[in-house]
Write a protein that binds this ligand. Structure first.
Ligand SMILES: C[S@@+](CC[C@H](N)C(=O)[O-])C[C@H]1O[C@@H](n2cnc3c(N)ncnc32)[C@H](O)[C@@H]1O
Length: 360
């Protein structure tokens, strides 16, 4: 769906992970706006694979086909998640601003939207991860029997300490690789339940899991993730912006195109939200503060809930929040991805009030 556009450029940078360039640059051609959808598909295939819940990675060729005619130079990926759509905008030669409420996604986006490769190839990353010394730290002491084996928890404690000793500029990429390994070793690639036994009970896990990946060492999975990350980094003439993780409602209206991919609210109003799904990665992202952030009333030791995340997945608040967000960005082109459900007709009606609407 689209509304008419306004002028504007991207805003504040994500300070915490801002870093100097190390000057190792890999150059590839970037703009795909003049490519056929088939050619764009080939380019999109170089983007990293993702197991992120709700990622639009697989839909990117289709999204490209439907937005390539729109006139915009600056784009806000407001619920950025795995940054797949941000990468598409970058590949289209647009100036991208990424936002997500989760810190782990923000760190990953920082790595994915980088203009420079910061490591001397995969070997440097392999040596780093294979040299990790396990230690019995907070994860080993707190999460025994929850998500990973005891020796894996100790390895994660060691990995976080070693990453913290690396130059700031390299930390986002290393954390991104670590996160990918963590997701791949989890049943369903999530942390909503403390269900390590699904992985370790042979009679259960044969039916749905990927035992081979679960048994693969973190260091191997993280190095593989780096290979994919490096293949997806290319230089563009403009720098892209990754906002400090924030509530989407706080972002100013100053982008020519705003892409909205809000969480899906199930008709039953049950289900999980993104903080519950990915709390362990959020903990890894703020390791020193992690002990104070845990809600011990949950068996999965998830983080204390943030209202601006849970509200976007509550039937009570979702519609008002979405409608006021669209209204706020009414002078921009607004592109909305949403699952067809009971709310959809009202969403179309809202768009019709403002401008030209395409339902695709
Ligand atoms: C459907 S996913 C987006 C998927 C993304 N387009 C992709 O391709 O990976 C929705 C995202 O909204 C984020 N989110 C939830 N509440 C938010 C809020 N209040 N402000 C910003 N982001 C929020 C979640 O962390 C999640 O990553």
């Amino acid at each position: 769906m689209s509304l008419e556009s306004s002028e504007g450029v991207s805003a504040s940078a994500y300070q915490a992970l801002q870093s100097e360039s190390h000057g190792m640059v890999e150059s590839k051609p970037c703009a795909i706006h003049d490519l056929s959808v088939r050619q764009a598909e080939e380019r999109i295939k170089t983007f990293p694979s993702t197991r992120y819940y709700g990622s639009k990675k697989r839909l990117l060729p289709w999204i490209y086909e439907n937005i390539k005619h729109l006139p915009f130079r600056t784009a806000l990926d407001a619920f950025g998640g795995s940054a797949s759509v941000s990468l598409l905008f970058k590949a289209m030669g647009k100036q991208v601003t990424f936002n997500d409420a989760l810190l782990s996604n923000t760190i990953s986006a920082k790595a994915l939207l980088a203009n420079d490769v910061l490591f001397k190839g995969e070997d440097e990353v392999r040596v780093f991860f294979s040299g990790i010394t396990p230690r019995k730290g907070f994860i080993a002491q707190t999460f025994s029997g929850k998500f990973y084996l005891d020796e894996e928890n100790a390895w994660l404690d060691g990995a976080i300490s070693s990453i913290a000793e690396q130059p700031k500029s390299k930390r986002a990429a290393l954390l991104y690789c670590l996160f990918q390994g963590c997701l791949q070793k989890r049943p369903f690639n999530l942390f909503h339940r403390a269900n390590l036994s699904l992985r370790t009970t042979r009679s259960v896990n044969q039916s749905f899991g990927n035992q081979t990946t679960w048994d693969t060492h973190f260091a191997t999975l993280a190095t593989r993730a780096y290979r994919e990350l490096e293949a997806a980094i290319w230089r563009t003439p403009i720098d892209h912006t990754v906002l400090t993780p924030s509530d989407v409602s706080d972002i100013p209206a100053e982008y020519e195109l705003v892409y909205l991919d809000p969480p899906y609210v199930s008709n039953s109003n049950g289900g999980d939200n993104y903080l519950r799904r990915y709390h362990f990665l959020e903990g890894l992202s703020q390791y020193e503060e992690w002990p104070q952030l845990i809600d011990h009333s949950y068996n999965n030791l998830q983080l204390i809930m943030k209202k601006h995340i849970s509200d976007w997945q509550s039937k009570k608040h979702f519609k008002d929040k979405l409608f006021s967000l669209i209204e706020k960005h009414r002078h921009s082109i607004v592109v909305l991805s949403y699952v067809a459900n009971a709310y959809l007709l009202e969403i179309i009606a809202l768009f019709t009030v403002f401008a030209i609407v395409e339902v695709i």
